[in-house]
Ligand binder design. Structure first.
Ligand code: PRX
Length: 644
């Protein structure tokens, strides 16, 4: 990457920005660094509504932290009521576009009505603060309504991405002990129906804690409704009242659990709480997205991922913005779908992923060039490193050379953006997430925990707690401590490698653990391996991420088979389908390589590092039909190293 390429903010952008100029950024950063209590206290007072004031700004007993404990607030109230009852009453809160072309513009006032009614529906099902609700829905406004209604009552929600299979859904419902599942008949994706209710029915064969299923009618297709358990959303809602006051909840009350992949086969339930999470997601809307009342803001993420939580729903609504939600795929019915939406709805801030950008680059400039993109003023990127070529295209073809690009580094665990440019202050370098947010103290360290000099690669860690950080893993506090807080005591281990340059800019280099990043989605190698070994033909499996031009990484599986006469070609296809069934279509291996043996250390651990080398450097070639003999590499490489 060429680190010398620098794009300073344009003077008119600087002039109008919330944070205007480098000195303003530095002043904020220094204030947060030297007086964190004062910094966050004044923001919490100014930016959020509280029913009751807190006792302490934060209490830090690593790895346990509390922010604004004793304070009473409500996320839904902050996202909806305070706007609906004020000057933004008639402002569009959610501008929704369905894949078939249907559209809805929901004002803050209407959103309050929808959320209140649905919260009453949840109450009537006997749900109360602390209960768990699983949300398995398409990208429709009711998905956001479901999240907000839970937040209104203190019901802990867990959104499961609609692309996950019934098996994955079941594991999450069971882990949470959820009492209710909120779903739809289906959703639209590339003109086909994603049949969500069918998947729920399968999952619930083994989920005794679920008492009720509430089903939104979206596709109008035939679904089975089980008497006593399943209810139509519109029927329950029709009977509910509009009046449902938001519950005053402790700032540390759990808001949601979101499952993400870790280094084992079992996903981790990341727990986020109320006050600190909301404060920092709200602040990043101002600091990073420079949000203003006249903006039309569009984050293309699905609500099933953390980006959809923080930057489709909670952040933008708390900031009183108009947030765009689109149900379908970027290439349906044609490759200009996104740009047509930008044109029609005069989108001014557009936040997406490098994978999507690379996929659209491939289709040629004629698609965006045929649309009027002059409403855009700021672009964003998240989920994986953006390569400078994609950055340049995004900047030139989409932003027409006059929209800054904020490359935002963060994680499910961090809750909000931690490293990114404030666009009216920080000069950009393509490929770098640039500088930390106020209150964030990143360090790059070596194996022994010592800081490495600028310019050298190391592990990225964060010193000090921040308001929106995960509090624990649902049901597994020990794993939380082991995973994030053991490497350097009292400092958060991100699992990413990074480098800081001489200007203090951070360059994120990717994961250092067995987590793959496919299209900006986290996927554990072990999760896919566990799925594969559940198949009757598979003896052992080892999965690695392989570099991929569009999706960043693709799943590559090395598989050894049980005794038998297997047709490798057929089996390859069958195993791909199997993984889609066990986890979801997005986890389907791109490549399956059958082998006689897997390279292992003396203690029997699979050497994924070696397999990564094989798929990266193509030292061993093969396709799905060839049986590879890795025993040679095994012998050569299983010498002293026990790591990996
Ligand atoms: O490796 C980093 C990568 O995505 C991981 C977090 O994934 P997840 O929890 O699914 O959250 C994704 C959306 C926030 C990180 O550990 N990552 C995320 N953003 C960037 C990134 N890598 C480089 N640059 C980014 N901007």
């Amino acid at each position: 990457m060429n680190e010398d390429q620098v794009y300073p903010p344009a003077p008119d952008f600087v002039h109008r920005a919330h944070v205007s100029g480098m000195d303003a950024y530095k002043a904020l950063y220094e204030h947060a660094r030297t007086q964190p209590e004062d910094f966050w206290r004044s923001l919490a007072e100014k930016e959020l509504f509280w029913f009751e004031k807190w006792d302490h700004v934060f209490e830090w007993d690593p790895p346990r932290v509390k922010w604004f404990a004793g304070g009473k607030t409500n996320v839904c109230y902050n996202c909806v009521d305070r706007h609906a009852e004020g000057a933004r009453e008639a402002k569009v809160a959610i501008q929704w576009i369905g894949e078939p072309g249907d559209e809805r513009a929901i004002t803050y006032r209407e959103l309050l009505r929808m959320v209140s009614r649905f919260a009453n529906v949840l109450k009537a099902c006997g749900l109360a603060a602390g209960d768990r609700a699983v949300i398995y829905m398409p990208m429709v406004p009711e998905a956001a309504v479901a999240m907000l209604a839970c937040a209104r009552l203190g019901i802990v929600h867990s959104v499961v991405f609609g692309g996950f299979s019934s098996e994955a859904l079941k594991a999450r419902i069971q882990d949470l002990g959820a009492a209710v599942v909120l779903t739809a008949d289906g959703g639209w994706r590339r003109g086909k129906e994603v049949r969500l209710k069918d998947a729920v029915d399968q999952a619930l064969e083994d989920c005794p804690t679920v008492r009720d299923v509430i089903v939104l009618r979206r596709t109008e297709s035939q679904v089975k409704m089980r008497d006593g358990r399943d209810h139509w959303w519109h029927e329950l809602e029709a009977a509910a009242s509009d009046d449902c006051p938001a519950e005053p909840l402790d700032a540390e009350h759990p808001l949601y659990v979101l499952y993400t992949s870790g280094t084992t086969g079992k996903p981790k339930g990341i727990l986020h709480t109320t006050g600190g999470y909301l404060l920092q997601t709200t602040m990043s809307m101002k600091w990073v997205f420079d949000i203003r009342d006249e903006d039309v803001y569009w984050c293309t993420a699905d609500i099933g991922w953390v980006t959809g939580h923080s930057y489709v729903v909670y952040g933008p609504l708390s900031a009183g913005a108009t947030t765009v939600m689109y149900e379908g795929a970027p290439d349906y019915p044609a490759f200009d779908r996104w740009w047509r939406i930008v044109e029609k709805h005069r989108v001014s801030i557009f936040y997406s992923s490098p994978t999507a950008i690379r996929a659209l680059i491939r289709q040629g400039d004629q698609w965006p060039n045929a649309c009027d993109l002059s409403s855009l003023r700021l672009l964003g990127s998240v989920g994986e490193p953006i390569n400078p070529a994609a950055w340049e295209w995004y900047y030139r073809v989409i932003g027409k050379g006059c929209c800054p690009i904020v490359d935002t580094w963060w994680q499910t665990e961090t809750g909000s953006i931690l490293i990114a440019a404030m666009p009216g202050a920080v000069p950009l370098k393509p490929g770098s997430a640039t500088l930390p947010m106020p209150g964030i103290l990143p360090e790059v360290i070596d194996f022994s925990g010592n800081p490495v000099p600028d310019g050298q690669e190391g592990f990225l860690i964060i010193d000090r707690p921040w308001p929106s950080m995960a509090r624990t893993l649902w049901g597994d506090p020990q794993r939380y401590e082991d995973q994030y807080w053991r490497r350097v005591r009292g400092k958060y281990f991100t699992g990413d490698a990074a480098r800081r340059d001489a200007d203090g800019y951070y360059w994120i280099l990717g994961r250092v653990d067995d987590v793959m990043n496919v299209s900006g989605h986290r996927l554990s190698t072990m999760e896919v391996e566990s799925a594969l070994v559940r198949h009757r033909a598979v003896a052992e499996a080892a999965v690695v991420g392989k570099p991929h031009e569009i999706t960043g990484q693709a799943v590559c599986a090395f598989v050894t088979l049980k005794e038998g006469n297997w047709d490798h070609h057929r089996l390859g296809g069958e195993l791909r389908q199997w993984v889609a069934k066990e986890i979801g279509a997005f986890a389907r291996p791109e490549e399956i390589r059958f082998t006689e043996a897997l390279p292992k250390t003396r203690s029997g651990k699979i050497m994924r590092r070696l397999l990564r080398e094989i798929v990266t450097s193509h030292t061993v070639s093969g396709d799905v039909t060839t049986l590879e003999d890795l025993s040679v590499v095994t012998r050569l490489s299983s010498q002293p190293s026990d790591e990996d």
